[in-house]
Design a protein around this ligand. Structure first.
Ligand code: GAP
Length: 529
């Protein structure tokens, strides 16, 4: 069957998502609200599975990452320190023809509804000058609306991790290098939400801040810093500087995506060019997915230096530094040349950061000298590598990747077309469907319910007795359920040698195997873990 292309494919996906209860428009009965989406029964399970897997892989299955769950509304100074109040803007302009508001950098791609849809640059010649528009949603805390109690819905989850850094460090017995992970809602008043859920105004992020030693500390301790050009390995080494850690996280994150069913061929790495980097970032890699509407960002992995913690130290007046016993001991043993060289490099980095942030040169120099003196005693502000993923974009990628059309035999063996969502069993919303062959035979229903109850403590099960068995398979194919268990007369012992066996159908190959009921749980668990 010919592969549906681009927009046509996206239309089919959007329609399936609504029809099968993956994704609904928020507030639909009131006409919807642009940039907001709800997840229906299947979407909610899918999303939960993805977030849980990320959390398990990031925190529970590692010694060096712990979790955090912070509030959405935080002290407004946080957003001043982070730079969001002053610089989290999109350039915006209005189209004078349709009165629509667009992002200035996307104006050529967005159709003005009042112009013919095939015109290339639909708003040309009729637009207002470009203005900056801050993307943070504002609110007021408490009953009085005033500038004094202005607050923001967080535009990213990351800042909470930075501001709780010391509390986590002190309570978790972690030492640098270590990470703090968080999953949660973020809000951005996007000028032009689009591409279905891809750019929403309310979305979820899965963010990790992985804190590492500054390269000068790594070098003082180990003599050398492993260069980023060495072959990437997933086995962290004590002499890794920021480049090696950055490469590690790019590779680790790509493996995560592969592990939940996105083939590497659907992903691309985009290494930002120096001129594209945020001023504090040393490097940033975007992991892109080949969506039907184009190859677009799923996740950004940024090496953010010590910028964020330094900013919160300056704005809050509270130390964000750590004491590193190993560094203190190693520094004392360095020869003078090495001490001078490392001190000079550290001084330059701190001085550059402080002056860029507007500190007067004399004050910056004094502070940077203090920072160097601190380094010699084992104190520094950790640097950070930040893998930051969007849950909703990942869900959309998984849905797009899973969508397939092929041919399947109906009851009479005649081929008919089917839509099948080929989710990896690890993330599939429903893991197994249980079907009694016929609805009007109580003994089949009772046995099927027994099997359902046997499986239910271990996985999501869907019990379905309504309609022809072929129709029931088709419904589960569309839901992406990887396994179907059918209870028939042989299960009840019509052929004595098949007593207490069922057929296990594989969604993708449509192959059916006869399995003992007793073996179902271990067999399925192995496939879904
Ligand atoms: N803390 C870094 C940060 O927030 P970002 O590149 O702005 O970086 C990270 O966002 C990820 O969050 C993106 O790669 C994307 O997956 C997701 N994301 C950002 N804006 C989004 C939006 N409007 N709708 C859906 N997901 C979004």
């Amino acid at each position: 069957m010919a592969e549906p292309k681009g927009n046509e494919l996206m239309d089919k996906i959007v329609s399936l998502c609504k029809r099968r209860g993956f994704i609904f428009q928020s507030s639909e009965i009131y006409g919807g609200i642009n940039g907001f989406w709800d997840y229906g029964p299947l979407g909610a399970e899918l999303k939960r599975n993805v977030k849980e897997l990320w959390w398990r892989r990031m925190t529970q299955q590692r010694d060096d990452i712990v979790g955090l769950e912070a509030t959405i509304i935080m002290h407004p100074q946080i957003w001043k320190a982070s730079g969001h109040v002053d610089t989290f803007n999109d350039p915006m302009l209005d189209c004078k023809t349709c009165q629509g508001r667009f992002r200035a950098d996307q104006i050529d791609e967005i159709p003005c509804p009042l112009k013919p849809s095939n015109s290339v640059s639909q708003c040309t010649g009729a637009k207002t000058p470009v203005r900056n528009f801050n993307l943070m949603f504002k609110t007021n805390v408490g009953p009085i609306e005033s500038a004094d109690n202005l607050a923001y819905l967080r535009p990213e989850t990351a800042q909470a991790i930075f501001v709780q850094f010391k509390n986590v460090l002190e309570t978790s017995r972690q030492k640098v290098p270590f990470g703090i992970a968080q999953v949660g809602k973020a809000f951005r008043n996007e000028v032009t939400p689009r591409n279905y859920t891809f750019r929403s105004r309310e979305f979820e992020q899965m963010e990790l801040e992985f804190f590492i030693r500054p390269d000068e500390a790594v070098e003082a301790i180990g003599g050398i810093v492993a260069s980023g050009s060495q072959p990437s390995t997933l086995n962290p080494q004590p002499n890794w500087g920021w480049e090696a850690w950055h490469k590690y996280w790019v590779e680790a994150r790509i493996r995560f995506y592969e592990n939940i069913g996105l083939p590497r061929a659907t992903l691309e790495e985009y290494w930002q060019k120096p001129e594209e980097l945020a001023h504090y970032a040393k490097a940033c890699v975007d992991i892109l997915f080949k969506f039907p509407f184009g190859t677009q960002e799923l996740e950004g992995i940024a090496a953010r230096s010590d910028f964020d913690l330094s900013q919160h130290q300056r704005f809050s007046g509270k130390s964000m530094g750590v004491f590193d016993e190993e560094l203190k001991a190693a520094w004392a043993k360095l020869d003078e040349t090495k001490k001078t060289e490392l001190s000079q490099r550290y001084f330059e980095a701190r001085f550059k950061y402080l002056t860029k942030m507007g500190e007067p040169a004399d004050k910056a120099e004094k502070q940077a000298r203090e920072d160097v003196a601190g380094l010699a005693k084992g104190n520094y502000i950790p640097h950070v590598i930040e893998p930051s993923a969007g849950v909703d974009r990942l869900i959309l990628a998984l849905i797009c990747n899973a969508y397939a059309e092929d041919q399947a035999p109906d009851e009479k063996g005649k081929l008919e077309s089917r839509v099948v969502m080929r989710f990896h069993p690890r993330i599939a919303p429903i893991k197994v469907a249980v079907f009694p062959l016929l609805k009007n035979r109580p003994e089949l229903l009772n046995k099927a319910k027994e099997v359902r109850d046997l499986l239910r403590p271990h996985m999501t099960v869907f019990y379905d007795e309504a309609g022809a068995i072929g129709r029931r398979y088709r419904r589960q194919d569309e839901a992406g359920t990887p396994f179907g268990v059918t209870i028939d007369f042989d299960t009840l012992g019509e052929k004595p040698e098949l007593l207490n066996t069922v057929t296990l159908r594989d969604r993708d190959s449509m192959k059916q195997d006869r399995i003992k009921i007793d073996e179902l749980v271990p067999l399925l668990l192995e496939k879904i873990r």
